[in-house]
Design a protein around this ligand. Structure first.
Ligand SMILES: NC(=O)c1ccc[n+]([C@@H]2O[C@H](COP(=O)([O-])OP(=O)(O)OC[C@H]3O[C@@H](n4cnc5c(N)ncnc54)[C@H](O)[C@@H]3O)[C@@H](O)[C@H]2O)c1
Length: 435
C-alpha cells in the first residue's frame, strides 16, 4: 500500500519506517523543513534504538521517502496517517490545533480511494469531528476514516511497533476497517491480536490504557512512601505484587513520578473529558495529583539527605531525559526536580548521555558535565534521576572518592543499599530501608 505519514516525530517517523519495513511504500511528511532536510541528508533527528538502520535500509530500497509537500504525497496515497502532536492546552484539554491544521492541509488533495487513519492520541469524539470537517471541505468525495491508536514506548519504539501486544482498529465503515487491517496484515499473520471496534471505543482504549498505567505508577509511588515510614521494602512489595498474574510486574517500579510526552498530557486530557461528559474520575484525579506533588517530594528528599538545605551546594544530577534510551525531555521529572533545587538555591551540574543538547536551552542556568565522573567530582551529593544503564555500573568506592560528601540519592533504585553502605556512602533510595 502507498501510505503518507503526516507528522514525522517520535511516533510518525517510527511508524513510517516500520510500515516501510513491512513492505509498504511510505512518504513521511512534516511541516518542519529542517527535520525533513536532516532526514534527506540521512541524519535522524531523534534518538530511538534501531531506527537509523531501518530508515537507511528502506530509503535505499525505495520504500521510504521524506517530504514537506501535501500536494505531491497525499494524492498518491491509499492511506493517510495523522501522527501530529496533541499536547496539553492550559486547561489540560488536548490541543487539537495540529490535527485540525493537517486535516485542512490534506483535504484538497484527498481522492476517493484514500482512507484517513488517526494515529495521534485524540479525545473520544475527535475522529467523528474530523470526518465531519472533511465532509464539509470535500463534499465531492466519500470520506473514510479509521482510528488506529499507537502504544509504542519511546526507547523501545521499533521493537514495540513490530511486536505489539495488540492492534486497535476503530472504524464506522467497512472500507476503513479493511484498509487498516490490510496495512497491518504482516503483523496480524504473525498472531498479533486485533481489537476491532468503533471509532469512539478505539479513542478511549488509548486514553484508558495510559491512564491506567499512570495510576499504577502513582499507586506504587505512594506505597513506596509508606515503605519508607514503616521499614518495608518497595522492591519486595512490587515483586510480591507483580508475581500475581492479575497484577503483572510491569509499571511497578517506584521512582520520581511519571513524565514524558504521553502520560502527563493524556491523563490531563482524559480527566478533562470525564468532566465534560459529567463522569468525573476521582481515581484519575488522585493519580495526577500524586504525581504532581512528587516533584516537590523528591526535592524535599534530596534536601533532607544533604542536611536540610541545598543553598550554595553543588549537586550532581545524572539523567535528564524522562526515561532511559531516549533523547526526549518532555515533562521529564529530572528537569522539574532540577528547577525546584535551583529555586531552593542549589547549584546543579548535570550529565545525560542523550539529553544534554536539548536541555541546554531549557535549563540554561545549570552546568553540564562531559561525562558522569566529572559531574560527580567535588559535588555535595549525587542524584540519579534517570535509569540509563551506564549509571547502574559505577564503582561505588570511586563515587565516594569523587564526591565532596558521600551522599547519593538514587531516585531509580539502581543499587543495593547494602553495597552502597559497604562503599561508605550515605545512600537514599525510593521506598527501601537503608542497609
Ligand atoms: N511519543 C510517544 O511515545 C507516543 C506514543 C503513543 C502515541 N503518541 C501520540 O502520537 C502523537 C504524536 O506524538 P509524537 O511524540 O510523535 O509528537 P512529536 O512532537 O514528536 O511529532 C509531531 C510532528 O508533527 C509535525 N507536525 C505538526 N503539525 C503538522 C502538520 N500540520 N503537518 C505535518 N506535520 C506536522 C511536527 O513538526 C512534529 O514533527 C501524539 O498524539 C501522541 O500523544 C505518542
Amino acid at each position: 500500500m502507498r501510505i503518507t505519514m503526516i507528522g514525522t516525530g517520535y511516533v510518525g517517523l517510527v511508524t513510517g519506517a516500520c510500515l516501510a519495513e513491512l513492505g509498504h511504500t511510505v512518504a513521511c511528511l512534516d511541516i518542519d523543513e529542517s527535520k525533513i532536510s536532516e532526514l534527506d541528508e540521512s541524519r535522524v533527528p531523534i534518538f530511538e534504538p534501531g531506527l537509523d538502520g531501518m530508515i537507511r535500509r528502506n530509503v535505499e530500497r525505495g520504500k521510504l521517502r521524506f517530504s514537506t509537500k501535501y500536494r505531491s504525497t497525499i494524492p498518491e496515497s491509499d492511506a493517510v496517517f495523522i501522527a501530529v502532536g496533541t499536547p496539553s492546552s492550559d486547561t489540560g484539554e488536548a490541543d487539537l490545533t495540529h490535527v485540525e491544521a493537517s486535516v485542512r492541509m490534506m483535504a484538497p488533495y484527498l481522492t476517493e480511494a484514500t482512507t484517513v487513519v488517526m494515529k495521534s492520541t485524540v479525545p473520544v469524539g475527535t475522529n467523528g469531528d474530523v470526518a465531519r470537517q472533511l465532509a464539509r471541505l470535500r463534499p465531492d468525495i466519500p470520506i473514510t476514516i479509521g482510528s488506529n491508536p499507537e502504544f509504542l514506548r519511546q526507547g523501545n519504539a521499533v521493537d514495540d511497533f513490530m511486536h505489539p501486544d495488540r492492534i486497535v482498529i476503530g472504524a464506522d465503515d467497512e472500507r476503513s476497517r479493511r484498509t487498516i487491517h490490510q496495512i497491518y496484515n504482516p503483523l496480524i499473520q504473525m498472531g498479533v491480536p486485533v481489537v476491532s471496534t468503533n471509532l469512539e471505543t478505539a479513542e478511549l482504549i488509548k486514553y484508558s490504557s495510559n491512564a491506567f498505567l499512570a495510576t499504577k505508577l502513582s499507586f506504587i509511588n505512594e506505597m513506596a512512601d509508606l515503605c519508607e515510614q514503616t521499614g518495608a521494602s518497595i522492591a519486595d512489595v512490587a515483586l510480591g505484587m507483580g508475581l500475581d498474574s492479575r497484577i503483572s510486574s510491569r509499571f511497578l517500579a517506584a521512582g520520581p513520578g511519571f513524565g514524558g510526552s504521553c502520560f502527563p498530557k493524556d491523563t490531563q486530557a482524559l480527566l478533562h473529558t470525564t468532566q465534560v461528559h459529567g463522569a468525573p474520575s476521582r481515581l484519575l484525579a488522585a493519580a495526577v495529583d500524586v504525581n504532581r506533588n512528587r516533584v516537590r517530594w523528591m526535592a524535599d528528599k534530596i534536601t533532607n539527605a544533604i542536611g536540610g538545605t541545598v543553598v550554595g551546594k553543588r549537586i550532581a544530577v545524572l539523567g535528564l531525559t524522562f526515561k532511559a534510551n531516549t533523547d526526549d525531555l518532555r515533562e521529564s521529572p529530572a528537569l522539574h526536580i532540577i528547577r525546584d533545587l535551583v529555586g531552593r538555591g542549589a547549584s546543579v551540574v548535570a550529565y545525560d548521555p542523550r539529553g544534554m543538547e536539548r536541555a541546554r536551552s531549557l535549563l540554561p542556568s545549570i552546568d553540564y558535565a562531559k561525562n558522569a565522573s566529572s559531574a560527580i567530582d567535588g559535588a555535595a551529593a549525587l542524584v540519579i534521576a534517570t535509569e540509563w544503564p551506564e549509571f547502574s555500573t559505577f564503582d561505588l568506592n570511586e563515587v565516594r572518592e569523587r564526591l565532596a560528601a558521600p551522599v547519593v540519592i538514587d531516585l531509580r533504585n539502581l543499587y543495593e543499599p547494602a553495597d552502597a553502605a559497604a562503599a561508605g556512602l550515605r545512600y537514599h533510595s525510593i521506598g527501601r530501608p537503608p542497609a
